[in-house]
Design a protein around this ligand. Structure first.
Ligand SMILES: Cc1cc2nc3c(=O)[nH]c(=O)nc-3n(C[C@H](O)[C@H](O)[C@H](O)COP(=O)(O)OP(=O)(O)OC[C@H]3O[C@@H](n4cnc5c(N)ncnc54)[C@H](O)[C@@H]3O)c2cc1C
Length: 272
């Protein structure tokens, strides 16, 4: 038996806020010092196959081995200045291996937190004079929260735009925080959008797929920022279909994803 099997968990759930039954904000405190990370990077969460799944989950096929640690990557939503815990923004995949187990965790539950953060989806490779347009579906918002929570407080020069898409307005997690931030920070524009307005008639904002809204000039209209690769870098995070469609639109406007180590002005993080 390995050391990990004897004592597989190294962190504790210290915060759990359900946005709705499919969306969860979870704070995890490591037993030891938290790893250093850059806003935009991801960490790893894990639970043993023997961990309980929520009853709403669909049947697991094949059933996970009880002794096996199920690990998945999750973008960090908290500020890198916050050293007590890391925050994650999670969506439930009902047929999934890990998320139905993560959703069953309560305040005080134990969990595995990987020992380091990884990923190049950061602002490191963006020229300081350029604006950033941060586009996400669903929980793809998480890395941007870390960027805004870490950088925006000290940065009144760079222009930040968040374009967030979800199905319904009640799936727009962190909306209150981002609306407040946009009110107090003139260099930040927040554009929440939904795709199912027929079932959400009270939502006052924009509706439609992000790619369609982008083609209609929503970013320019709402923020005054021209979508021009000389002026801005664009970040895309979440659903791979959205990433592909928006990337094609941006490439038509002269943006490029770069090659190998050569940074471009499109930055991509696909969740599956
Ligand atoms: C770099 C990186 C960062 C990530 N960050 C986040 C994050 O911040 N929040 C988050 O919720 N997920 C995030 N993910 C996805 C996460 O790693 C898992 O894939 C997801 O939680 C499903 O795990 P599971 O074991 O429940 O499902 P699995 O049993 O692994 O089933 C995987 C299938 O679930 C579907 N799926 C995976 N992710 C999603 C999703 N977000 N929405 C809808 N369907 C999905 C896909 O069809 C996929 O093939 C990230 C992935 C990567 C690669």
């Amino acid at each position: 038996m390995t050391a990990e099997n004897q004592n597989p968990y190294n962190a504790t759930v210290i915060g759990r806020e359900e946005i709705n039954p499919q969306l969860l904000i979870m704070r995890v405190r490591p037993d030891n010092d938290l790893f250093e990370f850059k806003p935009g990077q991801f960490g790893v969460l894990g639970l043993l196959g023997s961990a309980q799944r929520i009853p709403e989950a669909s049947v697991e096929e094949p059933v996970s081995e009880p002794e096996k640690m199920i690990r998945r990557a999750y973008s960090i939503a908290s500020s890198s200045v916050e050293r007590r815990y890391v925050e994650f923004y999670l969506t439930l995949v009902t047929s999934g291996q890990l998320t139905p187990r993560l959703f069953a965790l309560e305040h005080g539950s134990r969990v595995f937190l990987g020992p380091k953060a990884s990923g190049l989806f950061t602002l490191d490779r963006v020229a300081p004079e350029k604006a950033v347009v941060l586009i996400a579906t669903g929980t793809g918002l998480a890395p941007y929260l870390s960027m805004l929570r870490t950088m925006l407080v000290n940065d009144s020069r760079r222009k930040y735009v968040v374009l967030h898409g979800a199905r319904y307005s009640w799936d727009l997690g962190y909306r209150g925080e981002l609306e407040s931030l946009a009110r107090v920070r003139p260099n930040f524009t927040y554009i929440p959008t939904i795709t199912r307005p027929d079932h959400d008639p009270h939502f006052q904002g924009y509706s439609g797929r992000l790619q369609k809204l982008l083609e209609q000039g929503l970013v320019e209209i709402e923020s005054g920022l021209p979508l021009d690769p000389k002026l801005a870098d664009v970040f895309l995070c979440g659903n791979p279909e959205m990433v592909k469609a928006v990337k094609a639109i941006l490439e038509d406007k002269g943006f490029s994803a770069g090659q190998g180590k050569e940074p471009g002005d499109i930055h991509v993080e696909e969740y599956w």
